[in-house]
Design a protein around this ligand. Sequence first.
Ligand code: 1HN
Length: 369
Amino acid sequence: MTTYSDDVLGRARVTDNADLHAYYDKLARLDAGALWTIANKIEPWFPQPESVPVKWSYQELRPLVLEALRLVSGDDAGRRVVALYNPRRRDIAATVGLLYSGLQIMGPGESMTAHRHQAAALRFVLEGTGAWTIVDGQKLKVGPRDFAITPNWTWHEHGNEGDDGPVIWQDGLDIPLVNAFDAGFYEVHPDVYQKQEGITNSSLHVYGAGQLRPFGDTWHKNHSPLLAYPWEPTYEALLNAAEATDGSPYDGIIMEYSNPLTGGSVMPTMSAHMQLLRPGESTLAHRQVGSKIYTAAKGSGTSVVAGQRIDWTEGDIFCVPSWAWHEHANASRSDDACLFSFNDFPVMRALGFFREEAYPDNDGHQPVG
Ligand code: 1HN
């Protein structure tokens, strides 16, 4: 059995005294230190995230996101984004763990300049019908509940060509992860704007046919060749699966947005899911190594994250820190509810860090409050 006491042989358990303090001072002056004073902190028995569960209410944030439209121009801001910060991770601009998320707004007729960076990005559209983005020359048009990717080091620029109001979409980036590795690079496009190549949504035309792949394809990049994942086929896939399977006891009916050529995650650092909770469905608690950011895409419900109750309705965003117990419930007995989420699980898996377990007691539900 695992013991979590530090007062055991095999854990650091040195009692401080005056001699030791004098010794620590001498080491500090030489940019050194006694490992045993921090060993237990830097080698926790299990993950001890600085991040806490947080809910960002769309109803509360939306007016402030709209306010940014008249306060700053897209050109001056670069991107007009309200960032979502975990309280103790503001210094690294993280929403949870080493993931970042924010709400980006673009007014009708507006467009942003092109740039590229080492961080990978993804978009989940919350409202507005005119959104487009050009990713390495490919123009994508995206609407509410559509998902799109901007793999790292791809040129990208966005705009809103609608005339019926602003577009608000959620950005998800692995910026804190890239910065933790001191791996960040950034470039402004030499021509400021890209030229569209080929037809709009061309990757959907080539790779969006589900079980059919272009024969003899030579795609070799480490991200999905499919750049946009529209809502309608996503929802249909969930409804179809719900007819045929019981889904997961922890997640209901859940689908991963995948690279159609490999079946793996859309990008090497981040994966995304859409899940459907059937009317009245409540799931069991589980936990994973890795951080997750959820967005209520449809309907309303309640999740419990690390014992904290989070009520959500469309547009609300909440996070699950690594190794935190979490479970979800659809609030409605008549309508389904959908949660979009993205995570850093591909990194955890690639590095051999991934673990997952079910809540063992209390019929699989964690205590609340
Ligand atoms: C970025 O490039 C975008 O291109 C959005 O839309 C959000 C947050 C941090 C750093 C770069 C974008 C970003 C970002």
